[in-house]
Design a protein around this ligand. Structure first.
Ligand code: ADP
Ligand code: MG
Length: 628
């Protein structure tokens, strides 16, 4: 390994710019670090070069720990975007500069300089000054200078960023060629996806200082693990559905889960990605042929000429519930947006125009890695919702899945004000925006917008403020909670007052069988938060011996399930009025979170007529997670 980074972290003030990056770059490899502007690429590269020290972590070059070595002792050659050449020196003097410092004898220096001029295609230009060269030629000088003393690794920070398109493409070819010939290990930083594809042996995608995925260009393109990489590399279509047996349910469509996909938990969100060129569009009434997964009928929204390819934006009708991650929904659009490309030859054979009715199918698709517990936090301006945000962020952090802070603005003029408010909340808890922590403001009516966000994003837990005395938003939060449970099948976390930690969970099962989903959900939260669980069962009245045995068995199964998740659990039971007993236990045990199964409505049988949720919610001051 030429370069080994282990857990490299860098902060500027209180902003985390590079977060625990671990990476191995192989000998002779051209590694491209790809990310949008501000993602931390340059900072990472500067740490490898020794121009910046990491706050923690370790950097090795060729097996040597260089973490705290000064730049000149590392053997790295550097090329920056703004031509790093000395204006007052000739090309030859520029190239020889490093050799002079290293006291290389004049003859050897001259030979090396000629070699390098030849290598970068500047033979005969040694006596010119940089101002007499084009931008591309100046970067060739910078490259030759960086290579002069045969660096162990070559580091390039957006080296072609300032060049015009044509020169840039020539420079890429030249760089690739030179790097190959010398066999020098190189790391190049860019925000340009095409550049990364063209140059890289392997690509590392970085976002908000996190190295998300590393792989060969085609591997990342066809088999990304995360939504971000799927969307960032080439316009990908990402849809989210749910696992249903061996299928992925996307509205009225069921797609078979490919053999190669990782095991999917029943009912859990599953996200698939397919590239525009894998979409099959067929005009007329007949369905796409064999070997194509049909997505059903759709409509052409628009068609764009793009040279050898034609881009077709489609809207497909039957995929309700499938959430389009990318491309995003456009205003007023109701169906699911799908991006397709077709070769120009196809568009000649079978022309398409806006508003055409078509069949839409996909040749193949790829399943993304499961995303962990997704937490959505609704902020409505009330103190209880802010408390909810505190706990939700704590939970999100523990859950390690994506967390979104959401506000709904009634009108677009209020969006900025809400954004500021969300920003304040993040600041208050010292949470840094990351690929897993986002904030968003939607415009419209509260209940439908939060519901839509929860459904589209397949959030498993939605945090809503608890009831607060005399708050006019109480009714809205009640309605929101019950619709989230019923329509989005999301667990709802109601919070009156945040807790500083999530260490003790009380999972209540009352009157009859303990619900399986509440125990599983409690277990998943506890596992991630490192909390212990108390399984608590209340019987109102003395029960028959058979009933007693049955309940005991269920509780033991619950405890076994928790221990299989690696969660420490104890069982407690009580007899008497359910609500009082739950309230007593929650106060006595100093729990951080109470988990309750949602009542399934009067007469539905599962919890009998006991609606223990509402009174517990009213009386207890602990956060309550209601599981559908
Ligand atoms: P990239 O090269 O991917 O565009 P950088 O590594 O240059 O990103 O910067 C990442 C983040 O760190 C940016 O938000 C930038 O503003 C910040 N940053 C970079 N250098 C400094 C510095 N010396 N002091 C404070 N903030 C910095
Ligand atoms: Mg940069």
């Amino acid at each position: 390994m030429s370069i080994v980074l282990s857990d490299v972290t860098k902060r500027f003030g209180d902003s985390l710019v590079v977060s625990r990056v671990s990476l191995e770059v192989r000998d002779g490899e051209l590694f491209v670090l790809l990310g949008s502007s501000g993602s931390g690429k340059s900072t990472l590269l500067r740490m490898v070069a020794g121009l910046l020290l990491p706050d923690s972590g370790r950097i090795e070059l060729h097996g040597r720990d260089v973490t705290y070595l000064p730049p000149q002792q590392r053997g790295t050659g550097l090329v920056f975007q703004n031509y790093s050449v000395f204006r007052h020196m000739t090309v030859a003097q520029n190239i020889e500069f490093g050799l002079r410092i290293r006291r290389t004898p004049a003859l050897r220096r001259k030979a090396r300089r000629e070699e390098l001029l030849d290598l970068v295609g500047l033979s005969g230009m040694g006596s010119r000054y940089p101002d007499q060269l084009s931008g591309g030629q100046q970067q060739r000088v910078a490259l030759a200078r960086a290579l002069a003393y045969e660096p162990a690794v070559l580091l390039l920070d957006e080296p072609f960023g300032a060049l015009d398109v044509q020169t840039r493409s020539q420079m890429r070819e030249a760089l690739k060629d030179i790097q190959r010939r010398l066999g020098v290990t190189a790391v190049l930083v860019t925000h340009d996806q095409d550049e990364a594809f063209e140059l890289a042996d392997r690509i590392g995608v970085i976002d908000h200082g996190h190295l998300l995925e590393v792989g060969a260009p085609d591997d990342l393109y066809f088999h990304p693990q995360s939504e971000f990489v799927a969307g960032f590399l080439g316009g990908g279509n990402v849809l989210a559905g749910r696992a249903e047996g061996r299928f992925i349910r996307l509205g009225s469509v069921a797609l078979p889960i490919p053999e190669a996909a990782t095991e999917q938990e029943e009912g859990a969100p599953v996200r698939i990605v397919f590239r525009p060129e894998f979409v099959v569009v067929k005009a007329g009434a007949s369905a796409p042929k064999d070997g194509v997964h049909s997505l059903g009928r759709g409509r052409v929204v628009r068609r764009t000429f793009a040279g050898a390819l034609e881009r077709v934006r489609l809207e497909v009708q039957g995929l309700q519930g499938a959430r389009p991650v990318t491309p995003p929904l456009e205003y007023g659009q109701r169906g699911t947006p799908i991006e397709a490309t077709r070769p120009a030859s196809a568009s000649e054979r079978e022309p398409l125009k806006a508003e055409d009715d078509v069949w839409v199918g996909i040749r193949s698709f790829h399943v993304l890695a499961p995303s962990g517990l997704k937490v959505l936090i609704h902020v409505d301006g009330s103190a209880v919702a802010d408390e909810g945000a505190m706990l939700g962020l704590l939970l999100g952090q523990a859950a390690g899945g994506p967390t979104t802070l959401l506000a709904v603005a009634e009108e677009s003029q209020q969006v900025e004000e809400w954004q500021r408010r969300l920003e304040e909340i993040l600041k208050r808890v010292g949470a840094a925006r990351s690929p897993w922590l986002q904030s968003r403001v939607r415009i419209g009516k509260t209940v439908p917008e939060v519901l839509a966000e929860a459904q589209e994003g397949f959030y498993e837990i939605v945090v809503v403020g608890g009831p607060a005395r005399g708050d006019r938003r109480n009714a809205l939060r009640e309605e929101l909670s019950s619709r989230l449970l019923a329509q989005a099948q999301a667990a709802v976390l109601r919070v009156k007052r945040a807790r500083p930690q999530l260490k003790r969970l009380l999972v209540c099962t009352a009157g009859g069988e303990p619900g399986k989903r509440d125990v599983v959900m409690g277990g998943r939260v506890a596992r991630r938060a490192g909390a212990v669980v108390t399984l608590f069962h209340v019987d109102r009245e003395p029960v028959s011996p058979e009933e007693d045995v049955r309940v005991k068995r269920h509780l033991e199964q619950g405890a076994a399930m928790l221990s299989a998740l690696g969660v420490q659990a104890e069982i407690r039971s009580a007899r008497g009025p359910v609500i009082e007993k739950i309230l007593d236990e929650s106060a006595a045990g100093d729990y951080d979170l109470i988990v309750l199964g949602a009542p399934t409505g009067p007469g539905s049988g599962r919890y009998g007529e006991i609606d223990h949720m509402a009174p517990v919610l009213r009386e207890a001051d602990r956060p309550i997670l209601i599981v559908p």
